[in-house]
Design a protein. Structure first.
Length: 271
């Protein structure tokens, strides 16, 4: 399975940058590229950048990669940064790490080694308390099972499975994820899992995360599965909902819950 993670390559040399981008794409990553410090900062600091890691050179016509790394850290960018350089002197390596880089790779390097270091940094980051994702109006902190709404000042607590579903859908980067995939990845095909498990969790999750409880705009039905609305989509999400699925919370209720007509509250209590 492809990783669907997005790597930002910041490298002034076009040939080196494009060659590395091609190699990363071959092993399942998405790639964004920047040839200058200014372009890299714009990409990394964008509200919905969805960058999972940065591979950063040091020398640029418009600045120093170490200064860029330090700037990203000051602005709260916590994703792994792997710094590249042809200078392996102790002072050079220490300055790079002190600027906030997680790892330092000396040129020339073997791609297999860089790939292994990148995977290791991603694994460590995803298991840390620092990892957070932007989902719609929320900052999602999987380790804390928490959604925060900076504009509205809300804190929404999630169950373990709700957090796992959101995390998996986020990593799909807008692609629809089938129900059976969620069953396998989140529940592990538990033999006790009934046919309404996914639908019930999605329904309850929607009650918590949809900005407007009367309209599905964030957690969307698509192709027999579910996906998260991308930041640049229309807020009504009508482009992506099948015509046979009315965009209302009533039709989103799974059969197991609809039959009992449980009186769920319209507002989630703030914790």
């Amino acid at each position: 399975m492809a990783s669907y993670k997005t790597i930002l390559i910041v490298e002034a040399d076009t040939a080196n940058r494009e060659n590395l981008a091609a190699r990363l794409i071959d092993v399942g990553f998405r790639v964004k590229q920047a040839a200058t410090v200014a372009d890299a900062a714009a990409l990394a600091l964008a509200r919905d950048s969805r960058i999972n890691a940065v591979i950063l050179d040091i020398d640029f016509p418009d600045g120093d990669g170490r200064d860029l790394c330090a700037r990203l850290r000051r602005h709260g960018v916590k994703v792994p940064v792997i710094m590249l350089s042809g200078d392996d002197s102790e002072e050079h390596v220490v300055r790079g790490l002190d600027s906030g880089a997680n790892d330092f790779v000396v040129r020339p390097f073997r791609f297999a080694e860089l790939h292994a270091r990148l995977r290791a940094q991603l694994r460590m980051f995803e298991g840390s308390e620092d990892v957070s994702f932007r989902i719609g109006p929320y900052v999602f902190r999987p380790a804390a099972k928490l959604l925060q709404d900076p504009a509205g000042g809300r804190r929404i607590r999630l169950t373990e499975k709700e957090a796992a579903v959101l995390k998996y859908l986020y990593r799909a980067e807008g692609r629809p994820v089938a129900r059976d995939v969620l069953l396998r990845e989140v529940w592990g095909y538990n033999p006790n899992t009934d046919s309404h498990t996914v639908e019930t969790h999605i329904y309850r999750l929607r009650r918590k995360v949809e900005p407007d409880p009367g309209r599905i705009s964030l957690l969307i039905n698509d192709g027999g599965g579910y996906r998260l609305r991308e930041a640049d989509e229309e807020t009504t999400a009508t482009r992506s909902i099948s015509p046979v699925i009315a965009p209302t919370m009533a039709t989103a209720m799974p059969p197991a819950l609809a039959a009992r007509a449980l009186p769920f509250p319209m507002q989630i209590a703030h914790v």
